[in-house]
Each structure stands twice: as structure tokens, then as C-alpha cells.
Design a protein around this ligand. Structure first.
Ligand SMILES: [Zn+2]
Length: 293
């Protein structure tokens, strides 16, 4: 054996070991993130706003006379649970006409492709999010090993078609429903918060679905800190009665749901502007501390 072929073989061996290590690391990463998609009881939050997500991977149904909106979809394997929850509430997945999202990570956007297929709804996304959805989870701001894992199909999700792209401040209409997109980047560049009204009896409540505001060690870009500062400022400026995020435990899904079952006014436990301010305060403190997730 010549010196050259021995080196060649060593290089191939090293390459194979690296790929196996990456695959195992990816599996592990994915497995640890799977928590939070246990089945959860669907319920009405207020008026035409319902919770249809898993224990932690959130999803919301906003119903209307000309069709419904679903916001976020969990992992690909969460989508059947979301569809079962929609059916359990007495609605049809076929009446879902618009699919929205907060961010393109697999735990929130992975199931959008399945929901799109089953409903025939049109999927809307911000420009940056649309790239990631269409590529099955690839984010140009992600670190290389993570992107490589998406490229070889270890993490991520099936690629999906994005029907429409929106800009910051655009409002998506479906009959009388109107949801305004606030591109509040930082966690990801195109992360989108949503504000909309919900009519509950004779009151109108302001709802905000706020972005994740944590910085990831695996995703960084030059304008990230400036984006987060702006995002927190924008979110502070929105009128809020009811607030939610893509991780249900952050806004107290279970606690509020349990409280609502015995409350005289079942909506009252979800009215939580103090919790919203606390969420933004802790995001701001975390930003100042420079802590990464
Ligand atoms: Zn995320």
C-alpha cells in the first residue's frame, strides 16, 4: 500500500465517522426537542379563538364565517393531533383557508406542510421564513453543522410550498378576520408576531401572539441584537388583553385552562397584560445579560 492510498483511506474513514457523529448528534437534538408535543385537550380561549396545539408546541384556530385561520403547527407528527383537535371542537380542517406561523423551526412549522395538504389552505410567511419553509428547515443564519444536518435530512421537515409572502405591518384578511403581521426578528430573522381582535360576547379583546425572543447559540446574524431591541419595543407598543407564544408553557396554557373551567367568566383567566409585560421584561433582561439558548 502506498503512502497516498493509506492517507486517502484515512480521510474516507474520518469522513464517514464525522457523518455518523453528525447523524447521531442530530437524532439526539431532535429527540430532546420532541418534548412538548404530548396530546392536549383543545379549548376555547375567547370568542372565536381556540387552542388546538400540543402540551407545549402551540397551535391556534381562529374561526370565521368565510373560513378559518390556523397559526403554527408543531412538528410534522403534531399535525394529526391538531387536526383531531379541530374536529373535536366541531370544525372541519377543510374550512381552514389560511395558514400562518410564528417562526420556521421544526417544532412550530414542521406540521404546516401536512396541514396545507389536508386543508388546501394557503400558506403565508415573511420573506426570511418563506426561504426556510421552502427548503425544509434550512436557515442561512444557522451555524454550518446545523445546516449540514438539514441538508442531509437528519433534522428539518419536508419542504413545503409557500403561497404568499407578507411584509412587516401587512394585514391578512379572511372574511371579517384580520390578523396583522409584525416581523419581530431576533430569534430568527423573519420571526412574526401577530395581533388581532377577538369578539367575545359584547366585548372586543386585543390578542397578541408574540415571537420567541431568545437568542440561540446555533443561529446568529449581525443585526440580531438590534432586531431584538426593536422587537421588544414593537411588542411593548401593542395593546394586549390576551397574549400567547409558540411555546404554550410560557404563557401558562394549562394553568389558565384549568382556572377557566371553574371561573365565573371563563375568559377572565386568559386576560393577562401583566404576564405579557413580564414576558417582555424577562426577554429584555436576557438580552442585556447576553445569555444564549
Ligand atoms: Zn425557535
Amino acid at each position: 500500500m502506498t503512502h497516498f492510498t493509506r492517507r486517502y483511506r484515512l480521510a474516507v474513514l474520518f469522513g464517514l465517522v464525522s457523518v455518523v457523529a453528525l447523524v447521531l448528534a442530530g437524532r439526539w437534538l431532535n429527540a430532546t426537542k420532541r418534548g412538548g408535543q404530548g396530546p392536549a385537550e383543545p379549548f376555547r380561549i375567547a370568542g372565536n379563538l381556540y387552542y388546538v396545539g400540543a402540551t407545549d408546541a402551540a397551535a391556534f384556530l381562529i374561526t370565521g364565517p368565510e373560513g378559518h385561520v390556523v397559526l403554527d403547527a408543531g412538528y410534522p407528527s403534531t399535525a394529526p393531533m391538531i387536526m383531531a383537535s379541530i374536529a373535536k371542537l366541531g370544525f372541519s380542517i377543510k374550512d381552514v383557508k389560511v395558514l400562518l406561523n410564528s417562526e420556521p423551526h421544526p417544532d412550530h412549522a414542521g406540521g404546516l406542510g401536512v396541514l396545507r395538504q389536508e386543508s388546501g389552505a394557503e400558506l403565508w410567511a415573511s420573506e426570511a421564513t418563506a426561504f426556510t419553509l421552502a427548503s425544509g428547515g434550512d436557515d442561512p443564519d444557522g451555524i454550518l453543522p446545523l445546516r449540514a444536518l438539514v441538508w442531509i435530512g437528519v433534522i428539518g421537515y419536508p419542504k413545503m410550498r409557500v403561497d404568499h409572502r407578507f411584509k412587516d405591518g401587512d394585514t391578512i384578511h379572511l372574511g371579517p378576520l384580520a390578523l396583522t403581521a409584525h416581523i419581530t426578528g431576533g430569534h430568527t430573522r423573519g420571526c412574526t408576531s401577530w395581533s388581532f381582535d377577538v369578539r367575545d360576547g359584547d366585548r372586543v379583546l386585543n390578542v397578541v401572539s408574540a415571537c420567541d425572543l431568545g437568542r440561540l447559540a446555533t443561529l446568529q446574524y449581525p443585526e440580531q441584537v438590534a432586531d431584538l431591541e426593536r422587537s421588544i419595543r414593537v411588542l411593548r407598543s401593542l395593546p394586549v388583553d390576551i397574549w400567547v407564544t409558540c411555546h404554550a408553557r410560557w404563557w401558562g396554557r394549562y394553568r389558565k385552562f384549568v382556572a377557566s373551567t371553574s371561573a365565573e367568566d371563563p375568559v377572565e383567566p386568559f386576560i393577562d397584560p401583566e404576564g405579557y409585560r413580564a414576558y417582555l421584561d424577562s426577554a429584555e433582561a436576557e438580552l442585556r445579560s447576553g445569555r444564549l439558548h
